[in-house]
Write a protein that binds this ligand. Sequence first.
Ligand SMILES: Cc1cc2nc3c(=O)[nH]c(=O)nc-3n(C[C@H](O)[C@H](O)[C@H](O)COP(=O)(O)OP(=O)(O)OC[C@H]3O[C@@H](n4cnc5c(N)ncnc54)[C@H](O)[C@@H]3O)c2cc1C
Length: 440
Amino acid sequence: MPAPLAKVDSSPQLPTSADVVVIGGGIIGSFAAYYLQKRGLQVALIEKGLVGAEQSSRNWGWCRQQNRDARELPLATKSLELWERFTADTGEQTGFRRCGLLYLSNDESELARWARWREVARSAGVTTHVLSAAEASERGRATGRSWRGGVYSPTDGTADPALAAPAVARALLQIGGTVHQQCAARGIETTAGRVSGVITERGSIRTRSVILAAGAWASSFCRQLGIRFPQATLRQSLLAVASNGAGVPDALVSAGVSITRRGDRRYVFALSGRGRIDPTPQLLRFSGSFLPMFARRWRNLALGGLEGLRSGHEGLSRWPLDRPTPMERMRILDPSPDQALLRLAHRRAVKLIPALQDCVITGAWGGYVDTTPDGVPAIGECGIPGFVLAAGFSGHGFGIGPGAGHLVADIVSGDAPIMDPHSVHPDRLIKSAWGKVADF
Ligand SMILES: Cc1cc2nc3c(=O)[nH]c(=O)nc-3n(C[C@H](O)[C@H](O)[C@H](O)COP(=O)(O)OP(=O)(O)OC[C@H]3O[C@@H](n4cnc5c(N)ncnc54)[C@H](O)[C@@H]3O)c2cc1C
């Protein structure tokens, strides 16, 4: 079952040329397109399915600095400000609220890890409160039990995944950009070694700049261009329930389960970080690069099934540009949720917060989280002059979507970047990232 999603209109005609073509209408591509159009460039946003329909509508909605890797923290901090500014500037609603995020634990090693992160936070000027046992038990009173400790990050928040990417694409339309759904990009044209166009299923667009924000499809697209981008996907599952939520925190994580209130007042339950790895040819190809990541996170990972093979997003075949590609056969990646994980998430959520006992289950969905070997996104020009990759958001891309989109726009337009782009450049994945898995 797909996650709820607001709709956005498509533009009537594919342009014959554009200053920038953005491939992929998730949160990253939408924000990148919006910021570039705002700078006076003419932008076309190309989406093979519906804007926001893959990862960007299927996530928990957390927009957090808390426990972020230091390489990514500047983007997280900048993004919180940009979420607010976006609605103030456009009037479009993303459901963003600084509701604060609450982490509770009885595990001393986890508490020690969170306390260590406070040092990272301090050096970056981020407010986070490490909670004593009494404070954690008070903040977590809806659980009706006592806790050894926790963390509360008051300036973090959530946005609504059902609303956000479509809201940004609508804002793009309002300022003169174009949006093309049900339109897959099949490949890139080059002239004298530089990007000169994008070939889509509906015709070509002349352009000197392309942004590939294709989420779980990015690596197989890069392969067509001879660019090596190590990427793997993890299938995660969410359960949605209707609840009046009296007394339930808006965003809560414990070791067992996470609980988040969405904009439509439903809550979603998920098992923090848990998921399945569906074997695919691409997974085999990059397994060496991912060994340190899998070794670090093996407790949360289980082998999946044939879903990944059937979806076609991680194939190794080369596709001709004059015929339908795997992306036209799979307009929207909609992997099945893992029923065993959903049952466990439900049991744990109800045990954690007894007030959720009578909640009615209203939906469940799966989503592929696209990751890099070090758990940090890949953003930067690579392979071909004029080709900018923005993918591999490793389960964090929704919250940092505005900052990442801004950074991509900075790179393409040559403006001063909002953070040093060096630590997120894709080249590190080939040259120096082995074993440097994100700590938090
Ligand atoms: C269950 C789950 C929970 C998560 N929780 C959180 C969270 O709480 N906070 C957080 O920050 N992040 C979270 N994430 C991660 C977050 O959702 C992603 O990092 C983020 O949405 C990635 O955005 P994106 O735009 O890169 O990719 P996507 O949203 O996947 O968008 C990529 C788009 O590109 C399109 N596309 C691909 N190839 C082509 C092509 N050739 N032509 C045209 N279009 C193409 C696809 O159709 C798709 O719409 C979660 C993810 C999941 C699955």
